[in-house]
Design a protein around this ligand. Structure first.
Ligand code: NAD
Length: 250
């Protein structure tokens, strides 16, 4: 039990096969009470009810809206009294090439993946400063490191690269307050974010470039979030942890 007595807020955790939900299940099985934040409030609540243990809550939140982040934070803090862990996991992708990206595509992908990390962090930082610390983990992607993953366009790469810089800067700024900020950079993880576009042929082709010879599962990323959320990583901040089966070794 690595998170006994802790509370964790996880954004983008309501989708059935997603990384956020797998993380919520793993954290709850390690003794944490969880706030699930996602676009659909009802879906968030039903996921919260299905988690192991008790006392979890689901809250409607659009991470790209400042007011929504502030309201969700207020509700979570009131419910639990204290928040120890924030997982900035929510994200979207669009399979577009550079010349296909319209300003609306750019704005949407940046707003959710990058601005969302800033807004939700801002909503919890004052509370974490006041309580003397916390752990924040942010979702980036191999796409940020190698200039494109498989499904995300250049705007997605840019947003996820922005997350790396933002998290490192926040790690530097809030280290003295005891708040750790770290990132995860997954390779291709089998969730619904690919929108069913991954054919068997594509899968076989991609696996040829992965030394561990398989795609990732949501639980592979959840275990890294667990490490970053727990005291196992008490002297780790500003770090980026690859979870890619060796797809990118650098
Ligand atoms: P997913 O689609 O299952 O989960 C994404 C979740 O984010 C969904 O529950 C969705 O409702 C939620 N969400 C979307 N927009 C939101 C918003 N504005 N506010 C709040 N919630 C919102 O996909 P996933 O693969 O589990 O993705 C989780 C994260 O992992 C994303 O940030 C994604 O970019 C990142 N990622 C995924 C992969 C992969 O291969 N699956 C690789 C690298 C990074």
């Amino acid at each position: 039990m690595l998170l006994e007595g802790r509370t964790a807020v996880i954004s983008g955790a309501a989708s059935a096969r997603g990384i956020g939900r797998a993380t919520a299940e793993l954290f709850a099985s390690h003794g944490a009470r969880i706030a699930i934040l996602d676009l659909d409030g009802h879906a968030s609540q039903s996921v919260a009810q299905e988690l192991p243990g008790s006392g979890h809550i689901g809250i409607q939140c659009d991470v790209s809206e400042e007011g929504s982040c502030q309201a969700a934070a207020q509700q979570a803090i009131e419910h639990f009294g204290r928040i120890n862990i924030l997982i900035n996991n929510a994200g979207i992708t669009q399979p577009l090439k550079t010349m296909e990206i319209r300003l609306a595509n750019w704005a949407k992908v940046i707003d959710v993946n990058l601005t969302g990390v800033l807004l939700l962090s801002q909503a919890f930082i004052p509370h974490m400063v006041e309580q003397g610390g916390g752990s924040v983990a942010c979702m980036s992607s191999v796409s940020a490191q190698r200039g494109g993953g498989i499904f995300g366009g250049p705007h997605y790469s840019a947003a996820k690269a922005g997350v790396l810089g933002l998290a490192k800067a926040m790690a530097r700024e809030f280290g003295p307050a005891g708040i750790r900020f770290n990132c995860v950079t997954p390779g291709l993880i089998q969730t619904d974010i690919t929108g069913g576009k991954l054919t068997d042929e594509m899968r076989a082709d991609i696996i040829k470039g992965i030394p561990l010879a398989r795609l990732g599962d949501a639980i592979d990323v959840a275990r890294i979030y667990l490490f970053l959320a727990s005291d196992l990583s008490s002297y780790v901040t500003g770090a980026t942890i690859d979870v890619n089966g060796g797809m990118l070794i650098h």
